[in-house]
Design a protein around this ligand. Structure first.
Ligand SMILES: NC(=O)c1ccc[n+]([C@@H]2O[C@H](COP(=O)([O-])OP(=O)(O)OC[C@H]3O[C@@H](n4cnc5c(N)ncnc54)[C@H](O)[C@@H]3O)[C@@H](O)[C@H]2O)c1
Length: 279
């Protein structure tokens, strides 16, 4: 369900949002929710993604500036942080919603990875968080009480075969979030990862077998799969001052998927399948 009422939870806060590609992107929905809650922010994406032009629409709708940045290039990340701080002053929140595996795109199974592409997967999907936070530390770009969220997936803890090297990338991403959370706590800065359930976006749909993973999760999760808008509302609470002592956590936003063993629905479906095989 999409929230339409503002609670002014982010009134006056300034942020930086990575990874809005199109209207389905989780980052896009987070940007709309942050705007609704009174924040202002800079939007950024890779130069090649900006060529589609969709981000200009979001920027117009939310009164934001768009700054290109390939997160694998540290110099571009440093320049981005400078530009965002020039515009807003020090930042109160950052959303890292960046992920891509060239191995998955090429259909390379985990046992047949191309190692050069594995480096790209890790650079884009995990090490980029380190670069963003290191640049922020270097430039003293985060306000006391700031909150940083990186979007993750349960592949960090459990093996999802079609998620290939992204399982490893998410494990590294969550570790980087914890390590920075430990070091930045002294300044009241929170760093957490939010482990979102499967969501129909460009990145999600690019994974072979995504529909099966989506349906399985939908049937196992007592609350059902979370939408991108619901993820956005959760991120708002974590950016707000209501969660000031939450840090170094990997927070599951997955309708209960990560804790449920099996559901009545799955038992029913499996029983039906066995019966149809016996016929
Ligand atoms: N969709 C899901 O099922 C799901 C579930 C859990 C977590 N996530 C995570 O949420 C985040 C956002 O993904 P999404 O599902 O909204 O898909 P998305 O495709 O809309 O977002 C991924 C973004 O990463 C950006 N990106 C890729 N390479 C980049 C680079 N070199 N520099 C800068 N940006 C780059 C893309 O342009 C895109 O905007 C990702 O980290 C993803 O792994 C997604």
């Amino acid at each position: 369900m999409t929230q339409t009422t503002s609670h002014n939870l982010l009134k006056g806060k300034k942020g930086l949002i990575f990874g809005a590609l199109d209207e389905r992107s989780i980052a896009w929905r987070v940007a709309l929710a942050c705007d609704r809650e009174g924040a202002s922010f800079t939007l950024t994406n890779a130069p090649i993604a900006l060529r589609f032009g969709a981000l200009d629409k979001l920027a117009e709708e939310t009164g934001s500036q768009v700054v290109p940045c390939d997160v694998t290039d540290y110099k571009q990340v440093q320049d981005l942080i400078d530009t965002a701080v020039d515009k807003h002053g020090k930042l109160d929140f950052i959303l890292h919603a960046v992920g891509m595996s060239p191995n998955i795109r090429k259909g390379n199974d985990y046992t047949r990875l191309n190692y050069k592409l594995l480096q790209h997967t890790l650079e884009i999907s995990a090490i980029s968080l380190h670069k963003v936070l290191q640049a922020c530390v270097e430039k003293d770009a985060l306000n006391n009480g700031a909150s940083v969220i990186a979007l993750s997936y349960i592949g960090a803890q459990r093996v999802f075969s079609k998620y290939a090297d992204m399982n490893d990338a998410k494990a590294l991403l969550e570790s980087i979030a914890r390590n920075f959370g430990s070091r930045l706590g002294g300044k009241g800065i929170r760093v957490n990862s939010v482990s979102q359930g499967p969501t129909k976006t460009s990145a999600g749909s690019g994974i072979r077998g995504f529909d099966a993973m989506y349906d399985f999760a939908e049937k196992l999760s007592p609350l059902g799969n979370p939408t991108a808008d619901e993820c956005a509302d959760y991120c708002v609470t974590l950016f707000s001052d209501l969660t000031r002592k939450v840090t170094m956590q990997n927070l599951f936003h997955d309708g209960g998927f990560s804790t449920n063993g099996i559901s009545e629905q799955l038992i029913f479906d499996l029983a039906e399948l066995s019966a149809s095989k016996e016929e």
